[in-house]
Write a protein that binds this ligand. Sequence first.
Ligand SMILES: Cc1cc2nc3c(=O)[nH]c(=O)nc-3n(C[C@H](O)[C@H](O)[C@H](O)COP(=O)(O)OP(=O)(O)OC[C@H]3O[C@@H](n4cnc5c(N)ncnc54)[C@H](O)[C@@H]3O)c2cc1C
Length: 209
Amino acid sequence: MWAVTTVALLLSLQLQHGESVLRDLSVLEATLSQHRDLIRNPEGLPYDVPTSKLWEEYDFVVIGAGTSGSVVTNRLTEVPKWKVLLLEAGREEIKFTDIPVFAAHFQLTDYNWGYRSQRQKDACLAFKDERCAWPRGKGMGGTSIINYMIYTRGHPRDYDGWEEMGNPGWGWKDVYKYFLKSENAHDDLAKSEFHSTGGYLDVSRLPYR
Ligand SMILES: Cc1cc2nc3c(=O)[nH]c(=O)nc-3n(C[C@H](O)[C@H](O)[C@H](O)COP(=O)(O)OP(=O)(O)OC[C@H]3O[C@@H](n4cnc5c(N)ncnc54)[C@H](O)[C@@H]3O)c2cc1C
């Protein structure tokens, strides 16, 4: 099934862009071999367990294995004695959801909740009923499954504004250190004073231009 999806996606890309994506057979080969490995040895993927094997109580229940829920859960499990349950409404991600160029494609699948905005008077005029598509990810990884993976921190003035509105600890001086702590920069970024290495989040320049 995965193999068929793989080929279908590559073919659709080829049709959309008029260039031979299939030329890069190594990508196809690597993807198929990864899928084969997952089928043979699904270690690492969550698996169904009988209710009797679930703990009766948890110290924390995190709802939503999206961008923030996954990080929060990971941080909580750093304290070994804490029992943490992470619940997600959507299904597993697949290898292709890791590829930013497919983001638009996955917004058309059930990896997207499929919300639409309220009817707009002065916007969304090209949409049916003047209601814009409002994508939000549904699955392990949340909206990161259907986003473009652009590394962006936001503007310092925004954080300071939020702090001024009565949210101590959310100013730029407070959050900046966590951007650095979470980051594992590559390329020339690794040497920049504004970036950092050793965190869980890989950040690099686009490898293809
Ligand atoms: C199209 C698009 C492109 C984007 N591109 C970028 C980008 O390039 N770079 C960038 O930095 N940001 C980007 N963003 C923004 C970024 O993806 C989001 O801000 C971020 O992922 C939100 O994280 P979150 O944890 O708040 O929510 P989500 O990641 O959306 O997580 C929420 C999770 O909760 C689950 N959930 C909801 N209700 C329930 C329930 N009742 N029970 C169980 N689970 C539930 C959902 O299924 C989902 O998995 C983009 C956003 C969109 C929509």
